[in-house]
Design a protein around this ligand. Sequence first.
Ligand code: FAD
Length: 420
Amino acid sequence: MSGDVDVAIVGAGAAGLAAALRARDFGLSFVVLEAKDRIGGRAFTDTETFGTPWDRGAHWLHSAAINPLTRVAEALGQPYLKRESFRNRNLHLGSRWASADEREDCNTAMDAAFEAVDELGAQGLDVPAARALDPSNRWYRLIEHVHEAISAFPPERISTLDLYRYYDSGENWPLINGYGALVAAYGASVPVSLNMPVTEIELAGKGVALATPGGTVRARAVIVTVSTNVLASGRIRFAHGLPAELQRALEGVPTGGANKIAFQFSRNVFDLPDTSYASFMDERDPARHAMSFQIRPFGKELAIAYFGGRFAEEMEAAGEAASIETARATLAEMFGTSILDHLVKTAATAWCGDPHTLGAYASALPGHAADRAALAEPVDGKLYLAGEAVHPTWFSTVQGAYLSGIDAMERVAASFNRCP
Ligand SMILES: Cc1cc2nc3c(=O)[nH]c(=O)nc-3n(C[C@H](O)[C@H](O)[C@H](O)COP(=O)(O)OP(=O)(O)OC[C@H]3O[C@@H](n4cnc5c(N)ncnc54)[C@H](O)[C@@H]3O)c2cc1C
């Protein structure tokens, strides 16, 4: 494992793989060190649990028409479903399905809520998104749920300025074989040292030294792509500590929670078209959190619940059995208990407890929107951070991670006076 290279890359998710492939264009030698036994990081398609692919992490090509990974998918022959945005077409209110007028009312309230948050951000205000929202609005719990799904934090912990800077074209196209499968295909040619967690980084003399179970790797520069929570947690020790400003920035842009619970049925139990979406907000019980489901993605006998933020953290903390039971009961309320006669298997993700991610994606806390740019500042001209959290407008996405990996490698190459 020990050896000398131009660049060491820590992490083989979208950012690390993109950085490695860009290094090739510059003729730079590199090593990619990955703690897990697989590549892809938070883009991971599980083919084993159900015998058919489903994404435990990233699923949609966000801003799909201009997402660079849409072109990558086309080049690699990874099909996606080009579809219109998933507005609330199926909304269950606890005892009945919402009418078309109610759904329209909900969609209008949702748009108005995001516009109100954006208005504060557009004024340069770096305050909690909650300040723009009205908890007495009939649809507030769904509004809260969608904010949590997008930002992985509840509205009180989302910066209006940060969310305003996020770019979203509104096109969300799911990958039929999985986003994780796309990232794995994209990075297939990259040599990666798996099961190789970096435990310590020393910015030493002219280069860097990385401690791993396989020995010390020396490089002229290092690109670290792990999540902000992993880095802030000290799981990778920095021999001389991280600069205080960077440590503060990592804490200002923490990685929030998002999880999925998947159900497999033996036959079609839903009276809905393939790849439908259905939301749940129990009007009878205001204490109950809203939830949304993908129903029969691509015609598979699956239903996948999705939720983020505090609710995701609480569900994960309650344990797998309890969280599956909560989502299962919700699904049965929506579609009738008889569907459970055909339930064959369940699975739940636990991204907050995953020691290599410690969360799902990063969001700036109120008052901390500027911290994102601070994350991108190199340390000593040798340590570069990359990954979804670092991208200025496409954070929390695979394409943001991918672009930040390319950008970090280009900056390393420029520091070596290398041209592609
Ligand atoms: C439930 C969920 C749903 C999502 N949905 C979408 C979606 O629909 N569309 C979308 O665009 N994005 C989505 N995302 C976000 C997207 O998955 C991430 O933004 C993106 O994959 C992050 O890539 P990355 O390279 O920045 O980080 P990662 O993928 O986390 O890569 C970092 C790598 O570093 C490794 N690592 C950690 N510690 C060490 C160490 N000490 N040494 C070596 N390696 C280490 C990790 O194992 C990991 O492989 C979702 C994420 C989740 C969790």
